[in-house]
Ligand binder design. Structure first.
Ligand SMILES: [Zn+2]
Length: 279
């Protein structure tokens, strides 16, 4: 197994003002701070994300396993970027394509970003971290067009629990995706403006380990000069009678469990706040 080390230096000051003029309440400083209105579909939509994923209320489903093409390839030139509201990776050497798992189309990996404190809750439990692995339907040429269609985007959500086991890389996380078992799926939205209702969500029920020290490093990340982004999760949205399906994946993967390594994880090595903005 090969791992990629992403060596972006810590940036102490990004020197830019609040990205796109939308943001999150700083819950570290005020636990009761109201969540702001982001406008448009974010306020008026009926299929918004995130939601609480409650096993008790989910329909049971059984799908073929998700198939991941080239996700095990070593990505040599990954770059993490601080975009003012998250840390994002979007430069992959290969075209990574996902299919199966009940999806009607092939989806291409666009970018990966993180939320500290999870956006989805599972059985009303909020986890310290959620990684979003964002895919575009290959029928559509770019994300802007894809956001106009219900099946335009698939986001895989991976949640993390606190553990003594550190994690060592997003590269290894995407290499191990096919070994995760069990997931919730539902029709929802982007969790940042424009909140387009174009997302098929797939949130794994299995959570991965991260240490408390690694989580704390995210709170050091700055969105503006001297201002730290203590949390970047959107508040829970109404389900509004949407079906949430709790899926068991057909295990046609030989030796999947045996191939499990301690490498599941994501890059939380110090230095997450990259120096470059991409807005
Ligand atoms: Zn996200």
């Amino acid at each position: 197994m090969h791992f990629v080390t992403i060596s972006i230096l810590v940036c102490c000051s990004l020197g830019l003002s609040w990205a796109n003029e939308w943001g999150y309440p700083d819950l570290d400083n005020n636990k009761d701070a109201p969540f702001p209105d982001w406008g448009g579909l974010c306020d008026s939509g009926k299929r918004q994300s995130p939601i609480n994923l409650a096993a008790k209320w989910s329909l049971r489903g059984k799908f073929d396993a998700l198939k991941f093409q080239k996700y095990r390839y070593v990505q040599k030139n990954l770059e993490m970027v601080n975009n003012g509201h998250s840390i994002q990776i979007d430069d992959f050497d290969d075209v990574l394509v996902m299919e199966g798992g009940g999806l009607a189309h092939e989806y291409e990996l666009e970018q990966i970003h993180l939320h500290w404190w999870s956006e989805h809750t599972i059985n009303s439990v909020r986890y310290p971290l959620e990684v979003h692995i964002v895919h575009r339907n290959k029928l559509y040429p770019n994300m802007t067009i894809a956001t106009n269609f219900k099946d335009g985007i698939v986001v895989l959500g991976v949640l993390f629990h606190v553990s003594n086991t550190p994690n060592d890389g997003i590269a290894s996380l995407i290499q191990e995706l096919e070994e995760l078992e069990g997931l919730h799926t539902y029709a929802g939205s982007l969790t940042t403006p424009s909140c387009a209702e174009a997302v098929i969500w797939i949130v794994f029920t299995e959570t991965l380990p991260v240490t408390l020290e690694q989580v704390e490093q995210f709170k050091e990340i700055e969105y503006s000069n001297g201002k730290q982004l203590h949390n970047n999760f959107r508040n829970l949205q109404s389900i509004n009678n949407r079906a949430v399906v709790l899926v068991e994946l057909d295990d046609n993967r030989s030796g999947a469990a045996a191939g499990r390594t301690a490498s599941l994880g994501l890059i939380l090595i110090l230095g997450l706040a990259a120096q470059k903005f991409v807005l």
